[in-house]
Design a binder for this molecule. Sequence first.
Ligand code: ZN
Length: 147
Amino acid sequence: MDGKCRFCQGGVARSKSGLKVKLVGEWRTYGTKSERDVTFVVVPRCPTCKRAHLRVKVLEAIGGVCGIAVSIPVIMRIGHSGMADFPKVVLIILALCLITGMGAFFGQAIGESLLPRGVVYKSAIEKYPPIVSLIEQGWDFEHWGGP
Ligand SMILES: [Zn+2]
């Protein structure tokens, strides 16, 4: 699958550098369980962009870990408040998701801002024609905010 890299100008895509994007479709029910259709699209990418994107992923993970560290004192405070157990647990889960998510978001934003000039990340995924047509058919990225 050699061709033009979708993330930069002039990079030559290599099959082992391609970015595999997971898309989910309709919910289907089989007897008592439901699952979603899953499909993968490989976006052509060159080895240089793959390395640059990996840095974004690493920073996103670091951001998430920092978020967890920040949320611990918040959770301790909720834990020690005089609240009943049920809203307490809900609040703790919400705080954890929110703060970790924000950490990951900022880590990713910093990572994207450090991409080499002319290299894009998510915008190229969203514009890749095979993905665009799947989205039009009702498929969606697995996580909110893209892959
Ligand atoms: Zn490239």
